[in-house]
Design a protein around this ligand. Structure first.
Ligand code: DAO
Ligand code: ZN
Length: 369
C-alpha cells in the first residue's frame, strides 16, 4: 500500500512529504493508521545528526496515536478499530527484563529496532525502490505504520485521538519518572530542571504525588506561566542569579530538595540537579538524553554523602500494562493534556513544528493527518 510520510533523507535537511510504499503486517504484526503525532526533542536531536544511533533515510516520529486497520496472523490482543498508542519501548511478557519486574526496558526487539528495521530484519518502508528505515520502532510521521503486536498499547476508545498522541512520550515520561523512578511522596520538595513538555509533566506528576514544593527552573521565563498553572509553587531563572543555580536551590530549600529531575539532556545541568539535592537523601532523576560522547561529572563525595543519581526512559512505564491506565486517569480528569498542546497543524506543515520546538515557542505541536 501507499502511505503519506515525511522522510528525513539526511541530517539537518527539512523533511520531505512523499507517497511511500508500505508492506502490510506479517505474522504477529499490526497495521496502524496514525491520526495525530506530536514532535518531541528526541526527533529534533536525531534530525540534527548529533544522535550516534541516528540512521538515514528514515521516517521519524515516536509520539503518536491511531487506529488499528489490520492485524497479521497470530495477533490476539488488538483488532481492527481499536485505538492504540505506538510504543517505542515494547512490552513483551516473555522478555526476561519484563519478567524481572524491575524495569520497563523490554529487550525483545531492541537490536532490530536500533537498526531501524522490523524484528525480521527488513524495513516495510520504501520509496522508488529505495529502503527507508523505521525510527524508534514507531515512525509516526507516516500516516500508516506497521508495528509488532508488543509495540502497541490499546487505549480506551473514548480517548480523543486529536490529543492522545502526547500520551505516547511526554506525559507518561514525566509523570512516570515521578511515580516509578523517583517515587516522590506527599509533602516532598521537588526541583524540575527544564520546562519543556517533559518538565511540565514532572510538575503535573509531582502535584498528583502531593509534593509540597515544586520549583521550576528554566532560562526561558516564558515557560513560568504554564509551569505555575500546572502546579509549580515557584519558578527560578538561573540567569537572574550570579551564583550557580544549585546554590540558589539549596538556599531556597534550607539544604536542598528531596527530588530533582533533569529534563533537558544537558550534562552540566545534570550535575546542578544532583547538587541541588539534600545531603543524606536527595535523589536526582535524569530524563533528558545527552549528546553523543558526553559525560557527567560530580565530586564523588556528593554520592558518599547520600545523594543519588538515577535515570529513566519512558518514565519507567511498561507500555502495554500501564499506559492504558494512565490514559484512563486523563479521561477521568485526574490531569489534563490540553496545556501541552500549544500548536496544531497539518502533516504538510510538519517542518514548522521543528522550527517552533527549536525556538522554544512550542511545548507540543500536534500534527494532524
Ligand atoms: O536500550 O533498552 C533500551 C531502549 C532505550 C530506549 C530509550 C529511549 C529514550 C528516549 C527518551 C525520549 C524522551 C526524553
Ligand atoms: Zn519523546
Amino acid at each position: 500500500m501507499k502511505t503519506r510520510a515525511a522522510i528525513a533523507w539526511e541530517p539537518n535537511r527539512p523533511l520531505e512529504i512523499e507517497e511511500v510504499d508500505l508492506e502490510g503486517p506479517k505474522d504477529g504484526e499490526v497495521l496502524v493508521r496514525i491520526v495525530t503525532t506530536s514532535l518531541c526533542h528526541t526527533d529534533v536531536f536525531t534530525l540534527s545528526g548529533r544522535d550516534p544511533e541516528g540512521l538515514f533515510p528514515v521516517i521519524l516520529g515516536h509520539e503518536g496515536c491511531g487506529v488499528v486497520e489490520e492485524v497479521g496472523r497470530g495477533v490476539t490482543s488488538v483488532k481492527p478499530g481499536d485505538h492504540v498508542i505506538p510504543l517505542y519501548i515494547p512490552e513483551d511478557p516473555n522478555c526476561p527484563y519484563i519478567k524481572s519486574g524491575k524495569t520497563n526496558l523490554c529487550q525483545s526487539i531492541r537490536e532490530t529496532q536500533g537498526r531501524g528495521v522490523m524484528p525480521d530484519g527488513t524495513s516495510r518502508f520504501s520509496f522508488k525502490g529505495k529502503q527507508i528505515l523505521h525510527y524508534m520502532g514507531t515512525s509516526t510521521f507516516s500516516e500508516y505504520i506497521v508495528l509488532p503486536e508488543i509495540s502497541v498499547a490499546k487505549i480506551a476508545p473514548e480517548a480523543p485521538l486529536t490529543k492522545a498522541c502526547v500520551m505516547g512520550c511526554a506525559v507518561p515520561t514525566g509523570i512516570g519518572a515521578v511515580r516509578n523512578t523517583a517515587k516522590v511522596e506527599a509533602g516532598a520538595t521537588v526541583a524540575v530542571f527544564g520546562l519543556g513538555a517533559i518538565g511540565m509533566a514532572v510538575i503535573q506528576g509531582s502535584v498528583l504525588a502531593g509534593a509540597g514544593r515544586i520549583i521550576g527552573i528554566d532560562t526561558n521565563p516564558n515557560k513560568f506561566l504554564l509551569a505555575k498553572a500546572l502546579g509549580a509553587t515557584e519558578c527560578v531563572n538561573p540567569k537572574d542569579h550570579a551564583r550557580p543555580i544549585h546554590e540558589v536551590v539549596v538556599e531556597m530549600t534550607n539544604g536542598g530538595v528531596d527530588y530533582s529531575f533533569e529534563a533537558v539532556g544537558n550534562v552540566k545541568l545534570m550535575r546542578s540537579a544532583l547538587e541541588s539535592c539534600h545531603k543524606g537523601w536527595g535523589e536526582c532523576t535524569v530524563i533528558g538524553v545527552a549528546g553523543a560522547g558526553e559525560e557527567i561529572a560530580t565530586r564523588p563525595f556528593q554520592l558518599v554523602t547520600g545523594r543519588v543519581w538515577r535515570g529513566t526512559a519512558f518514565g519507567g512505564v511498561r507500555g502495554r500494562s500501564q499506559l492504558p491506565g494512565m490514559v484512563d486517569e486523563w479521561l477521568r480528569g485526574d490531569f489534563s493534556v490540553d496545556p501541552y498542546i500549544t500548536h496544531n497543524m497539518t502533516h504538510d506543515n510538519i517542518n514548522t513544528a521543528f522550527d517552533l520546538l527549536h525556538s522554544g515557542e512550542a511545548i507540543r505541536s500536534v500534527i494532524h493527518y
